[in-house]
Structure formats: C-alpha cells, structure tokens
Design a protein around this ligand. Structure first.
Ligand code: ADP
Length: 492
C-alpha cells in the first residue's frame, strides 16, 4: 500500500466530509483527493520519476496535504523542510537528498533562491492561489499510486542537534502502519473526531500523528498557521475539537492562559490530549487534566521510528511521567544499564530503513535491527518505560550524574514557574555545574534565590542548581520543543 492510498480510501468512503480546515477555508475529502491526484499529474508531466525526491518547504497550509499525498501518489519521495531554513541549510537538504524539485513558500523566496542555486532542484513557489494556477493545466487527477511497501515514502531530516542533519528514510509500509496503529489503538480516532494540529506538518509528530492519522479514518484536521495558546483554546471551542496533540510547552502555555482566565473557553468537546516529542512534566500533565477535564496520554517517538514507538495505551493504566509501553509489533530494551538506567533501543516495523546516503551513520545507529535512540531510560516491573533524559543532556558534576529532567520536574512544582530548563555550565573544578533557566507565569513572582532554595530542599546537595536565572521565555524550535543548546547563561 502507498501511504497516499489512505486518502483515496477515505475519499471513497467519506467524500463530502471536511478533511482539512484553516481559518475560513476548508477542503472536503473528495476535493483533497482530486487535488492530490492533480498534483501527481503535474509532477508526472514535469518528468518526475518514481523514487525522485521532492522538497516540501511549507508552513501549515490548506494545500500541504494535497502536495504531500500528490507527491507520494506519483511515486516520488517527500522531503519535508522547515520553512524557516536559511540558504546554507536549504542547500544542504537539497544536495544531500538530491531533490529535483522544491515546493517552497513564497515568503522564503530569497533564501530559497540562494539555497537552490547550483543544486539540481527546480523551485516552484507556493503562495495564495498558486496551487490552483499550477494545476490549471492538469485537470485529470492520477488515480492510482505508484510505489508501496518497502519503497521510501519520506526522507525526514533530524534536526541535527549533533552534526549535520541526516535524512531518516521512512517507508510506505512503516508510515502506514504507524498511522493505523495511532488512529486505531492509541487515539481510537473515527470520522466523528476533529484533531487540532498546531504542530508543523513538516515534522514527524504533526505529519504522522495528526495528518496521516486523521486522513486514514476520515477525521477532520484543523490547522493553525502556528501555535498560539489563546488561539488554540479558542479553536477548540469554535471547531469542537475532540483530540489535541502537542509538545509539552504547548500544554504548559495553554495552562498559563487558563490560569489567567479560568473557564473562559468551553472545551467540553475535548476528549483526549496527546503529548510527545519531549518529556511532559508531571505537574503540567495533572494541571492540564484538571483544568480541562480531559485525560492526557504521553507517548515516545522520533523521526527515525516513523515516529511513534511507545504510548500510554488507552486500555491499560496510564502512568504519569512514563512514555508507556511499546506499540503493537514494536519492542524496546535498554542497553549498557547502570543503576537501572540504560540507553533505550527500539526494534520493529517502525524503524527507518537507514539514514539516506549514510551507511556508516546507519550502521552506528541501527545494530541488528535495534535502533539506538540516544535517550536514557528505565523500565518498571509492568514494562512501562520512563525517559530519564537525552544522553547528551546528562550533566556530570564532579563525577556525579545529574539528570536535568529530574530537577525540571521539581521546578515545575513551584507555583510561579511556567517553563524550566536545567543545563550544565562549565565549571573549572567540577567540570560542569548545574544551572537553570526559568520563565515565570504572567504576574507571578519568585526570585532566583527562592527557586534555588525550593529545589535545594527537595534533592540531594549535588543536584540542585547553583545558578538560576529568569527569562521571559525559553528558546524553542519550530515544533515548540525547548532548545537547550540555545540557552546561554547571562554574562555576570
Ligand atoms: P529532535 O528532537 O532531535 O529534533 P525528533 O523530533 O525526532 O528529533 O525527536 C526525537 C527525540 O525527542 C527523542 O530522541 C527524545 O529525546 C525526545 N522525545 C520524544 N518523545 C519524548 C517523551 N515523551 N519524553 C521525553 N523525550 C521525548
């Protein structure tokens, strides 16, 4: 099965239903399916052959799914790209993937022109009305998809926190099965559901868990151009959203809005929150659940695992702070275990084929079918996994391991704290010292000393942050994840 077959099947069953909506525009499943077929016709007419790579450098547009599924239907490989990339990065993605075409938003025309110069990629600008104009000469949709099974469907570039971004090659079979499991057994999603997708569609979480998942079952996908907590709450009310998906900073931000105006939004339709992409502080989980009367289930995933690997399954007890148990057909285990903590490895149908064009990096990361995640975790007696931290975020203070997440959890318990990040800063004698950057809730007051003492009272002496500084907000990537590498200590 081609990943785009999910759309054709849903269009056949639920043609007149709304597939996707953004602002005051929407597309039905029948319209989306036809548009995707016409995109496939356009690509074929332009000489795009099966296996060719096509870049998609777009924000959340109504037409995003049409370009995505149209590219897949033509047998080409989608290379999603962040629309905020600069020319140097664009050149890397295009060269590395060997893309022959790039659909890019017109707002980034300057960077795109500079980045694509000297590469094989022909640039097609996308802006208001341009998809209609582009497709005018291609009225007849392609109906049958080319490519399936182990053929590569998408090359998802990892954000490159270590080294240059590498492209995870994901297959039609892997992505289809992941979206099916997410829809059926994790979210129990059906055509009556409305999914709020604030997550960018170029990233694994939004692309698979919101778009592919909703499209497979005929649910309605409500898009926001970018995340804003107030707009998200208003959208839940106006569009009668049933499932909200987001990264932890989104939950924290919506909670902060709620704290200022409790009860201002009617969120009664919300039946489920799904969190992933980073650790959800237990305090935020409980806060959201009681503020909005809606359970939040946390899962673990990464671009390399199509993306979902584990989840707090709805038919099993949910454990706060845990990423649950492996999804059906997937195994997890820990290696190099010390004091119960080891590196998390994943094996199963969701593991990428490899990093595109990088056999050495692939051999290092996938060994005997086991993908080494680079995350440290522990597992309890019921087989539930807990992410302790990213291996590279571990702080070693004078020979003692400090896991930032443990200290962040304590900071989130302070009533004035909106967001917290614990990092290691260089120290001449200890190697590293523990430090924390904290953003307070609007109107709340606490001094760095208050926060330091609050943590000090609750953890062993080697763990509490000696340095604490207040910031307006923590730096975040396009998905809303906190970017620790961009946090800098204020110069004294
Ligand atoms: P990156 O965050 O480097 O851009 P991905 O978007 O593929 O890459 O995210 C994968 C990483 O996100 C995982 O390796 C892990 O560190 C983190 N992650 C995902 N889900 C969770 C979770 N529920 N708890 C903690 N960390 C998570």
């Amino acid at each position: 099965m081609n990943l785009a077959d999910r759309l054709s099947r849903t269009a056949a069953a639920y043609g007149p239903r709304t597939a996707v909506e953004l602002g005051d525009r929407s597309l039905t499943y029948a319209e989306l399916d036809t548009l995707a077929g016409r995109v496939a016709a356009l690509l074929t007419a332009r000489g795009i052959a099966p296996g060719d790579r096509v870049g998609l450098m777009l924000p959340n547009l109504l037409e995003f799914p049409a370009l995505y599924y149209g590219t897949l239907r033509a047998g080409a490989v989608v290379v999603p790209m962040n629309p905020l990339l600069k020319s140097r990065e664009i050149a890397h993605y295009l060269r590395d993937s060997g893309a022959v075409l790039l659909f890019a938003h017109e707002s980034s025309a300057g960077e795109v022109a500079a980045g694509a110069a000297g590469t094989a990629a022909e640039v097609v600008a996308i802006g208001p009305g341009s998809v209609t104009a582009l497709l005018a000469a291609h009225p007849d949709p392609v109906l049958d998809a080319v490519g399936d099974g182990q053929d590569t469907a998408v090359i998802l570039y990892t954000s490159g926190t270590t080294g240059v971004p590498k492209g995870a090659e994901l297959t039609h079979a892997g992505l289809t099965r992941n979206a099916d499991i997410t829809a059926r057994s994790l979210l129990r999603l059906g055509p009556q559901d409305t999914v709020l997708g604030c997550l960018p569609l170029f990233h694994a979480f939004g692309q698979s868990c919101a778009m592919n998942t909703a499209v497979g079952v005929g649910a309605r996908l409500t898009l926001l151009p970018r995340f804003d907590p107030l707009l998200a709450l208003q959208t839940v009310q106006q569009r009668q959203v049933t499932v909200f998906e987001g990264v932890p900073t989104m939950y924290a931000a919506m909670l902060a809005v709620h704290a200022q105006q409790p009860g201002a939004h009617d969120t009664a339709t919300l039946r489920l929150g799904v969190s992933g992409g980073a650790a959800l502080p237990v305090e935020v989980l409980h806060g959201f659940e009681s503020a909005f009367d809606c359970p939040v289930l946390e899962g673990f995933g990464m671009s390399e695992t199509s993306p979902v690997a584990s989840f707090n399954h709805p038919d099993r007890p949910r454990k706060p702070g845990s990423v649950g148990t492996p999804i059906e057909g997937v195994e997890m285990r820990l290696v190099h275990v010390q004091n119960g903590i080891g590196e998390l490895c994943v094996r199963g149908h969701n593991v990428m084929k490899g990093y595109w064009g990088r056999p050495e990096a692939t051999a290092e990361t996938v060994q005997g079918g086991w993908l080494h995640t680079g995350d440290l975790a522990r597992v309890d007696e019921d087989g539930y996994y807990y992410i302790v931290d990213r291996q590279k975020d571990l702080i070693i203070r004078g020979g003692y391991n400090v896991y930032p997440r443990e200290i962040e959890e304590v900071l989130y318990e302070h009533p004035a704290v909106a967001e917290a990040a614990v990092i290691g800063i260089p120290h001449p004698a200890l190697g590293e010292e523990v430090a924390a950057a904290v953003a307070l809730l609007p109107g709340a007051e606490a001094t760095p000393d208050d926060l330091r003492e609050f943590v000090r009272a609750q953890v062993a002496p080697y763990k509490y942050p000696r340095e604490v500084w207040l910031v307006d907000a923590l730096p975040k990537g396009a998905t809303g994840k906190i970017l620790k590498r961009e946090i800098a200590a204020p110069s004294a």
